[in-house]
Design a protein around this ligand. Structure first.
Ligand SMILES: CC(C)(COP(=O)(O)OP(=O)(O)OC[C@H]1O[C@@H](n2cnc3c(N)ncnc32)[C@H](O)[C@@H]1OP(=O)(O)O)[C@@H](O)C(=O)NCCC(=O)NCCS
Length: 174
C-alpha cells in the first residue's frame, strides 16, 4: 500500500514510522518461509514455539498476512496478522535476538497495519503477556491502548499462569 493509498483512506499513523531502513527490507511471507518463521518464533517464544504445521494453518486462513524483515537478504523477523471484516489481529511478532532494537519490530508492525487498513480493517487487536515490558513499550509507542485483560492466559515455566492484556488501536484517522 502506498502512502497515497493510506492518505486516501485516512489511515491513522500514530507513532508507526514509515519508510525507515528496516521497513524497506520488508517483504511478504509465503509457505516457502514456514521453516524460518518457525525458527524465529522458537527463538522468541521458547516456552511455546509454533511449529511449521501451526504456522501453515494460520497462514492459510482467509485474511491472513505474513511479512518478513530481512537483514542482508536473511529473514530476521516476521509478523503474522489475520483480518476479519473491519478487525485485524496480530497473531505473533518476533524478531531474532541479534537483530533487535534496530526498528524491525516497529517496521513490521507499521507495514502490516497499513496493509490491513488498506484491505478494510478499521481497528487492530492483540494479546500480550503482562510480563513482556519490551512488547508493551513497542505497542504503546505504536498507539495501542489497553482494551481488556485475559486472566491466567499464558503459562510460565510449565508451572504458573499469567494474565494477558488485550490492546487495541484504531486504524482510521479521526
Ligand atoms: C518485541 C520485539 C518484537 C521488538 O522487536 P525490535 O525489532 O527490537 O523492536 P524495535 O527495534 O522496533 O523497538 C521498538 C520499541 O520497542 C521497545 N523496545 C524494544 N526492545 C526493547 C528493550 N530491550 N527494552 C526496552 N524497550 C524495548 C522500545 O520502546 C523500542 O523503541 P526505541 O528503540 O525507540 O526505544 C522483540 O523484542 C521480540 O521479538 N521479542 C520476543 C517476542 C515478543 O515479545 N513478541 C511480541 C509479543 S506479541
Amino acid at each position: 500500500m502506498s502512502d497515497e493509498d493510506a492518505a486516501d483512506r485516512g489511515v491513522a499513523d500514530h507513532g508507526v514510522a514509515k519508510g525507515g531502513m528496516a521497513e524497506r527490507e520488508i517483504r511478504p511471507g509465503t509457505a516457502l518461509d514456514l521453516e524460518i518463521m518457525a525458527e524465529l518464533h522458537e527463538a522468541s517464544f521458547p516456552e511455546d514455539p509454533w511449529h511449521t504445521q501451526v504456522l501453515a494453518r494460520l497462514l492459510a486462513m482467509p485474511g491472513s498476512l505474513a511479512l518478513l524483515s530481512e537483514d542482508r537478504g536473511r529473514p530476521a523477523g516476521f509478523i503474522l496478522m489475520s483480518r476479519t471484516l473491519e478487525t485485524c489481529e496480530i497473531l505473533t511478532l518476533a524478531v531474532a535476538p541479534a537483530a533487535r532494537r534496530q526498528g524491525r519490530g516497529t517496521g513490521l508492525l507499521g507495514s502490516a497495519l497499513r496493509l490491513c487498513a488498506a484491505a478494510g480493517a478499521e481497528r487492530c487487536l492483540l494479546e500480550v503477556a503482562v510480563d513482556n515490558p519490551t512488547a508493551l513499550r513497542l505497542y504503546a509507542a505504536a498507539g495501542f491502548t489497553e482494551a481488556g485483560r485475559r486472566t491466567s492466559y499464558y503459562q510460565r515455566n510449565g508451572k504458573y499462569w499469567i494474565d494477558a492484556l488485550v490492546l487495541a488501536r484504531n486504524l482510521i484517522a479521526d
